[in-house]
Design a protein. Structure first.
Length: 364
């Protein structure tokens, strides 16, 4: 079997918003962009992947369409490790992070989808199997910048059955609003998206400590400042989490060696796909760091994250970005029920995008 085409599709999914417009990427957002990768074979099997799409999808798409996609045509799709290694070596002069790695991630996910379909088993079984039919999900609220809005959406998420809440706020009143609504028994995480210097981050961690946070995520700018993050972890009094901006397992290894993170957060659409995600998970076992993948997306990347988490030896929750849509190409597969999300049981990723909704939502 050979790869015959590697195609990219851009979707735009309008959000259903019944309150304040949330912030995403530093500006108000009313929709989510998705970059899908479709890998077709001469055996009639099609694999679906997802490359990180928010804001940067034109650059990622260009790399797939002009460089990595043509390189994969004619290759045996079962040779995932060989293709992955060859592409990483090619990328070393371009940079093994950012859009180039996002592009590899999308193709890698699609190849694993093909592998599962060829074998006739769900991806998590190829990765070692799992006794779990579903996984706990946490509601990853967007940034609202107002205590009233945070309280409202926290209450709404709890009402939908979530028992873990993540905020994207950077001020104490908003975080306190969530804690006041949730009470003492609900884990609350705070993702700050790298806003502070090390001294500022330590000060904020100490101010937030009475609110009993489960973790403080990416408190330091720049995200490469591992020594600074380790200092915040040691002196701030709150466990730290990071990794969505890391490229390859080597960056996670450096973070773990530096003692910078309590929780590792590889993003399967950024880090190099399922192949590199597995390496990060192995590192987590070796260093005693819990792997909790970042998954702020709604397509094959979310499905791949679910399968990878299901194959872990220990329990870990699935991040579900807290957005509602009138239409999404995976339909019910992305919707948790009572705070848990099902592990797809079909072959490969388990669910293919709905062709009708692809046509409706496609913008390029």
């Amino acid at each position: 079997m050979k790869i015959t085409t590697v195609q990219t599709l851009v979707l735009n999914m309008p959000m259903l918003i019944d309150g304040p417009t949330p912030m995403l990427g530093g500006r108000p957002r009313t929709s989510i962009d998705m970059l899908l990768v479709r890998v077709e074979t001469d055996g009639g099997i099609v694999g679906w992947g997802e490359a990180f799409g928010h804001r940067v999808f034109p650059a990622t798409r260009a790399i797939i369409d002009t460089l990595l996609g043509p390189m994969c045509v004619g290759r045996d799709p079962s040779q995932i490790s060989a293709i992955h290694d060859e592409v990483q070596r090619l990328l070393h002069g371009i940079g093994r992070n950012g859009p180039a790695m996002y592009a590899l991630s999308g193709i890698d996910i699609a190849l694993w989808d093909i592998a599962g379909k060829v074998a006739g088993v769900p991806l998590y079984r190829l990765l070692g199997g799992s006794p779990r039919a579903d996984l706990p999900a946490y509601a990853s609220l967007l940034r609202y910048g107002a205590a009233e809005a945070v309280a409202r959406y926290t209450q709404q998420a709890l009402g939908r059955g979530y028992r873990l809440i993540k905020l994207h706020e950077i001020r104490v009143p908003e975080v306190k609003a969530a804690r006041d609504v949730a009470g003492p028994g609900i884990p609350i995480m705070v993702d700050t998206n790298c806003p502070w210097t090390v001294p500022q981050a330590i000060e904020m961690a100490r101010r937030l400590a009475p609110l009993d946070l489960h973790w403080l995520e990416e408190p330091v700018w720049p995200p490469e400042n591992l020594a600074g993050l380790a200092e915040v972890r040691a002196r701030g009094g709150i466990p730290t989490a990071a990794g969505e901006n890391y490229g390859t397992a080597w960056e996670f290894r450096r973070a773990m060696e530096a003692g910078a993170i309590t929780y590792a957060q590889p993003s399967v659409t950024k880090v190099g796909g399922v192949t590199e995600m597995r390496r990060v998970m192995t590192l987590g076992e070796m260093f005693g760091v819990q792997v909790v993948p970042h998954s702020a997306y709604f397509g094959p990347g979310l499905l791949a994250s679910i399968h990878c988490i299901a194959a872990l030896a220990s329990d870990s929750p699935v991040e579900r970005f807290y957005c509602d849509f009138a239409d999404n190409p995976l339909n019910d597969a992305i919707h948790p029920k009572d705070g848990r999300i099902a592990v797809p049981q079909g072959p490969g990723l388990g669910v293919d995008p709905d062709p009708r909704l692809l046509e409706k939502l496609r913008t390029g």
